[in-house]
Design a protein around this ligand. Structure first.
Ligand SMILES: C[S@@+](CC[C@H](N)C(=O)[O-])C[C@H]1O[C@@H](n2cnc3c(N)ncnc32)[C@H](O)[C@@H]1O
Length: 282
């Protein structure tokens, strides 16, 4: 049965208030294709019955499952490649020099999905910067969606996912085949990444200062006001000389002029302008 206008509005409002995701009008097909299977799995039969249940009850685990089902978790290893080349050639060598006195490096992936992005960073560091052994390396990876975090922690990927962006040499060196179609990242790399649930649309929990923040391919789902609020909160956790990476279709321009664009090779990333670095904006 087709989704009624009222039910579509209900789901839109739920997403907007709980996680700031904007569902454009005309996306009824997306709600149907993602929530009908969930209604079946929950034994509710139809989408109508699922939405009636959501309306009846205060926000709880079922609402969470709906939100998880509505998130887009597309990701791949070494996505867009150039940011990772720039990390390797320019940014990490520079940070190794600047952070040598404290021997500490902190990196945060703020919408990590099933883990390919933080694991790409971990693999890059492990294979190219043996000097980091003995340093305190924190690689925090967060996401709103519990399902993807659970998958990310296992470090297990199917053949199709392995074929997307992962160099063959890294597959051979760092993954073990655990079944006909499944590979698992070895424990020594998995343990470099700490996964946590975090909603970017809410006040951030207490966090240390990060040298690198990856917030790629998630701001596209938010409205302007939410993007501005998130960029302001990031300023509080980005080291004054740290770098922010956004997705190719995302920018700080016209949103927050306390960031400046830095072009390094084929990569565009962002830093805080000297005058605003460290300023507290709530
Ligand atoms: C398209 S994936 C991007 C994954 C990875 N950063 C990349 O570029 O390949 C977007 C991720 O953002 C997460 N997300 C959406 N809204 C969020 C929110 N309010 N807080 C935290 N994560 C959110 C989704 O669960 C999803 O895993």
């Amino acid at each position: 049965m087709a989704l009624s206008r009222n039910d579509f509005e209900y789901v839109r409002e739920l997403l907007r208030t709980e996680c700031a995701i904007v569902l454009e009008p005309g996306k009824e097909y997306l709600v149907e294709s993602r929530l009908c299977p969930l209604a079946q799995r929950l034994g509710l039969g139809t989408l109508d019955a699922l939405i009636a249940k959501l309306r009846r009850e205060p926000v709880n685990g079922v609402h969470r499952q709906v939100i998880d089902a509505m998130t887009t978790n597309e990701t791949l290893f070494f996505r867009d490649l150039h940011p990772f080349e720039t990390l390797k050639k320019t940014i990490v060598p520079e940070l190794l020099q600047r952070r040598a006195p404290a021997r500490t490096l902190r990196i945060w992936c703020g919408a990590c999905s099933t883990g390919q992005e933080p694991y790409s960073i971990a693999l890059l560091l492990r294979d190219n910067f043996p000097q980091l052994f003995g340093w305190r390396l924190q690689l925090l990876a967060t996401d709103l969606c519990r399902d993807v975090l659970e998958r990310a922690r296992t470090g297990r990927y199917n053949q199709l996912e392995m074929n997307r962006g992962l160099p063959a040499s890294m597959l051979v060196k760092h993954f073990a085949k655990v079944s006909a179609d499944q590979w698992q990242l070895r424990e020594e790399v998995r343990s470099m990444v700490e996964f946590q649930e975090m909603n970017l649309a809410r006040a951030f929990p207490p966090m240390p200062s990060f040298d690198l923040v990856f917030l790629r391919n998630v701001m596209i789902y938010f409205d302007t006001e939410t993007k501005r609020a998130i960029l302001a909160r990031i300023r509080r956790v980005l080291a004054p000389d740290g770098y922010l990476f956004l997705g190719c279709a995302e920018t700080t321009l016209n949103l927050d002029d306390s960031y400046e664009t830095v072009t390094l090779g084929k990569t565009m990333c962002y830093r805080q302008k000297a005058a605003t670095a460290g300023a507290q904006t709530f």
